[in-house]
Design a protein around this ligand. Structure first.
Ligand SMILES: NC(=O)c1ccc[n+]([C@@H]2O[C@H](COP(=O)([O-])OP(=O)(O)OC[C@H]3O[C@@H](n4cnc5c(N)ncnc54)[C@H](OP(=O)(O)O)[C@@H]3O)[C@@H](O)[C@H]2O)c1
Length: 430
């Protein structure tokens, strides 16, 4: 490296623009901590004239990020555009092939192409760091790769999406419905104004779970079909009933080795208000690992936003400036194995089932008989009549049953004229 470590930032949106400002403000601190002087020599975004939160130096602006490599010597490139393919993949690929270290918060890219890009980084003897891609400011990837390096981790789970956790928390706190709270989240910048779908449908948390699994279990990023559900179907009624039962709805990402097979999922869970995870509220994220011999470790913090994300991006930068090249996933790519996936049908949980029914004799019996036919035993029933409309709400908490059993059992209710809507199902966690 020259006297200066030359840096390029590609993407100057929420993250890239904040990062640009942070790097300029913290140059001295970075030099003290690493002995290296950094210099931002190239920046790129789509629109040169867009008004940005922090002032940028237009003399080093490139409208086409791929040109940067031809005109400047770059040592470290930050990719903060955010696509899983397209220009994001192209720029990272080109950087690595040109022996440029890469830092990215882009979970979609890493979850999809992480194996290939890691191999490319190793082949070219440069770093590919992506701490900010999972749980924003929480240094969970480095904790797994370094702090917990010699432990055998068998489970990693947690709240990995701040937007959905904020929405669920706020619905319980204020009694406002999903749409109203979503609008509030968008105004506060917690949810994307245009398209919050990837947060709400569980996709964002799922990409993070795939990255966590690969690091925790030293495996290739899985491509298995998994149970992925978001919070779009969670109704205020369910949050209120759950609350009366001492439970809270949380969108959990879970990755676990069961009988030597990998099980990954993201879905809403009912957790006890007395548990740790049940009290991680608002935009907070938390990641829990279970390993041997260390036992349970928990890291909690802000999971999104430019501040926490930049904290992780700078941690990656310092790691690169301080030391030698590291394996992106902690061990050499050729030592990371593919792993068989656990059959989703055998996933087992207690269930919360809510039925909207005609308030007629025999309907409850019909439901419980159907459950019994599938050997699903009932732990608790709460029936609330709505006399005026001759309807009733029946909530059933079951003992543990398998996913396949639950699915087969519930399918018949689609057709029954006394069951007014297909039942709501929320799995209980532990
Ligand atoms: N926002 C968060 O809280 C957060 C948290 C953790 C991780 N992340 C990750 O950080 C990454 C960036 O997110 P963000 O919220 O900063 O996104 P964003 O605000 O949408 O910014 C995207 C940036 O990419 C630029 N861009 C788009 N196409 C380009 C192209 N062809 N060439 C050069 N630049 C291009 C845009 O340019 P213009 O500005 O000119 O339009 C914009 O500056 C994503 O991977 C995201 O998943 C974000």
């Amino acid at each position: 490296m020259n006297k200066f470590t030359n840096i390029a930032i590609v993407g100057l949106g929420q993250i890239g623009n904040y990062l640009y400002n942070e790097l300029n403000n913290k140059k001295k601190e970075i030099e003290i901590k690493t002995g290296k002087k950094i210099k931002i020599v190239a920046i790129s975004a789509k629109n040169k004239n867009k008004k940005r939160k922090f002032k940028i130096d237009k003399k080093i602006f490139y409208s086409d990020p791929l040109i940067i490599f031809k005109s400047k010597k770059i040592d470290i490139l930050f990719e903060s555009i955010g696509q899983s393919d397209g220009i994001s993949k192209k720029i990272v690929e080109t950087a690595l092939k040109n022996k440029v270290n890469v830092i990215t918060p882009n979970k979609a890219l890493i979850a999809k192409h992480g194996d290939y890009l890691a191999k490319l980084a190793e082949k070219n003897n440069v770093n590919l760091e992506f701490e900010a891609s999972v749980a924003g400011g929480i240094p969970i990837l480095r904790a797994i790769k370094e702090g917990l390096a010699t432990n055998k981790i068998n489970k990693v789970y947690g709240i990995l999406n701040g937007t959905t956790n904020y929405i669920l928390t706020e619905m319980e706190k204020t009694g406002e419905n999903f749409d109203k709270v979503l609008k509030k989240a968008q105004l506060l910048g917690y949810a994307e104004p245009g398209n919050p779908k990837l947060d709400l449908n569980g996709f964002d948390a799922f990409a993070k779970i795939r990255i966590l699994s690969a690091l925790s279990f030293n495996t290739k990023i899985s491509k298995n079909r998994c149970i992925m559900e978001g919070i779009e179907n969670i109704r205020l009624d369910d949050i209120k009933i759950a609350s009366q039962l001492g439970l809270r709805v949380k969108l959990l990402g879970i990755s676990e080795i069961i009988n030597g097979q990998l099980f990954e999922t993201v879905h809403p869970c009912l957790v006890s208000k007395n548990t740790y995870i049940g009290n991680v509220n608002g935009v907070m994220n938390a990641v829990i690992t279970e390993g041997k011999p260390v036992g349970e470790s928990i890291l909690q913090g802000e999971g999104a936003g430019p501040g926490p994300t930049s904290s992780s991006l700078l941690s990656d930068l310092l790691s690169i400036l301080r030391g030698k090249t590291k394996y992106p996933f902690g061990i050499p790519s050729n030592k990371r194995k593919s792993i068989k996936s656990f059959n989703n049908d055998n996933y087992t949980n207690s269930l919360y089932l809510r039925f909207e029914v005609n308030d007629k004799q025999g309907v409850l019996l019909l439901i419980t008989n159907r459950l019994a036919k599938f050997k699903i035993s009932v732990k608790r029933i709460i029936q609330t009549p709505d006399k005026k409309n001759k309807k009733a709400t029946i909530v059933i908490i079951t003992h543990k049953t398998t996913e396949i059993n639950a699915k087969s059992c519930l399918s018949i209710f689609k057709k029954n004229k006394n069951i007014l809507k297909f039942p709501i199902l929320i799995r209980l966690y532990n």
